[in-house]
Design a protein around this ligand. Structure first.
Ligand SMILES: C[S@@+](CC[C@H](N)C(=O)[O-])C[C@H]1O[C@@H](n2cnc3c(N)ncnc32)[C@H](O)[C@@H]1O
Ligand SMILES: [Zn+2]
Ligand SMILES: [Zn+2]
Ligand SMILES: [Zn+2]
Ligand SMILES: [Zn+2]
Ligand SMILES: [Zn+2]
Ligand SMILES: [Zn+2]
Length: 458
């Protein structure tokens, strides 16, 4: 078995009756599925290996009990996956791209049915009912994420594009940190913007193989961020290492935007593995961490900070192009804007939002926060997480959402709407960390502290 990491973390969805934990360890000895090495999960019913990527069991059926994995016949049966994982022919894709580029835009097309870039005058394969996109300009070929239709399986790929403003905010943050090399993990729009900006150098790591058709073989690696797996093996590992080495000059930052709902533990494990490679190849000392900009919903803050305390959450609301709810469009959009924030180990002040009227510089926190956020003198921070202006409760000694009131009977602040004393409403937030999705008894911030007995109100 591989070496075990020290941390075994609480699952994200602790409301489920039988919580499942991911055992964080080296994955080399794990069974494979079509998505690379599986993860080891631990539940009340026992420990088992299952897919790192598919949240829906029907998308990937590999499920092997830990005990069974010692059996020869089980190992033998699993071996088939070595040959079942397809290989990407990136060099053919590259020559195809160059041929397509040499044609007039009206002779260039992309068939979404076959997921293929091709020359119109040379192909009869894409018949009437195929969904064909043509003509294709040079600009479109250089920015495929802007027009490639989002992949349909939302629980797997979850493709949501940054708005133009968010892309330029990211590049601005990197400039402020004098960083020139960007390792784009699940962020094709950042990669494409960096490729057309001579100031930057970037490498895209993504699960969506369509990017191979629009990139040089050394600019896109087929990758699974939940198990840090490169599908094209050694060849791609070499490319990644070369990229790390080239970033000895000009600095490096990971810009990562995982599918929403992805588990925090394996992502943190991946970042730690990449950090170790960074330190080794870029001659960094033990205490130097790989700079990271990680887009994730604000309610993941306790989970991320619990296992990666060096990551701080910034108040910037990341906007998305094709997600109505996550677009800051005032009244027409979501009431309080996007729930997605940056988690980063870069200095928060380098996220400069001086030309965005929705933000102000808090002279006490010393970084840019939402204009609606209010610095609380008692909590000594700008306390809002979700874009509303929080208010301080002197009894609970913390700031709460404006929709909360202090219930004397319950002895704590509760959501006003539909409050019934003693009853925890599904949508109610944790009384400790204020976030939705779990109760105080399951709060990841209070892990290891003795649980109080429940008191039922009359
Ligand atoms: C939420 S979208 C982020 C897109 C980003 N906002 C942008 O504008 O470039 C998730 C991205 O991660 C990719 N992805 C999904 N699952 C992945 C996985 N397991 N490993 C690597 N990439 C993955 C998707 O193909 C998609 O590009
Ligand atoms: Zn799988
Ligand atoms: Zn076709
Ligand atoms: Zn403040
Ligand atoms: Zn306060
Ligand atoms: Zn209170
Ligand atoms: Zn009450």
């Amino acid at each position: 078995m591989g070496k075990k990491r020290k941390f075994e973390t609480k699952p994200q969805d602790t409301q489920k009756s039988s919580p499942v934990e991911v055992v964080i360890e080296d994955l080399v000895s794990h069974p494979l599925c079509l998505h690379g090495p599986t993860l080891l999960f631990s539940s009340e019913k026992g420990r088992y290996f299952a897919c790192s990527l598919c949240r829906n069991k029907k998308d990937c059926t590999v499920h092997i009990d830990e005990e069974d994995w010692q059996k020869e016949n089980v190992k033998k049966r699993n071996e088939k996956y070595y040959s079942l994982i397809p290989k990407l022919d990136k060099s053919s894709a590259w020559s195809n791209l160059n041929e397509v580029k040499s044609r007039h835009s009206s002779d260039r097309a992309y068939c979404n049915t076959c997921q293929e870039l091709y020359i119109v005058s040379q192909s009869r394969k894409h018949i009437k009912d195929h969904r064909v996109i043509t003509p294709l300009s040079d600009e479109q070929l250089a920015n495929p994420s802007a027009w490639l239709p989002a992949l349909e399986n939302d629980t797997v790929e979850a493709q949501y594009l940054f708005s133009k403003k968010s892309v330029s905010t990211v590049l601005g943050i990197l400039r402020n940190n004098n960083i020139k090399n960007i390792l784009c993990i699940g962020t094709p729009s950042i990669h494409e913007a960096a490729q057309s900006d001579p100031e930057f150098n970037s490498l895209l790591l993504d699960f969506d193989t369509r990017h191979a058709q629009f990139n040089h073989p050394n600019k896109f690696l087929w990758y699974n961020m939940f198990n840090d797996y490169l599908f094209n093996g050694n060849d791609d590992e070499k490319v990644l290492k070369k990229f790390f080495k080239s970033s000895r000059e000009g600095g490096l930052c990971v810009v990562m935007d995982p599918p929403f709902g992805g588990r925090v533990e394996p992502l943190v494990h991946t970042l730690r593995e990449l950090s170790a490679t960074y330190r080794k190849l870029c001659d960094k000392s033990e205490d130097e961490t790989l700079p990271v900009l990680w887009a994730f919903p604000y309610f993941a803050e306790p989970y991320i900070r619990n296992i990666m305390p060096e990551m701080k959450m910034h108040d910037y609301q990341i906007e998305y192009e094709n997600h109505k709810k996550f677009h800051n469009k005032g009244k027409s959009g979501r009431k309080f804007g996007s729930p997605v924030r940056f988690f980063t180990n870069l200095p928060l002040l380098t996220i400069d939002l001086s030309n965005d009227k929705n933000y102000k510089l808090c002279d006490k926190c010393k970084y840019w926060v939402a204009a609606t956020n209010k610095h609380c003198a008692k909590c000594k921070e700008c306390t809002s997480k979700n874009g509303m202006t929080y208010k301080h409760c002197n009894t609970c000694k913390r700031c709460v959402k404006p929709t909360f009131f202090h219930c004397e009977e319950c002895g704590r602040c509760c959501q006003q709407k539909g409050h019934v004393c003693g009853v925890v409403v599904e949508s109610q937030s944790c009384y400790n960390c204020r976030e939705k999705g779990h109760k105080k008894s399951n709060c990841p911030q209070l892990e290891g502290t003795p649980k109080k007995k429940k008191r039922v109100h009359a």
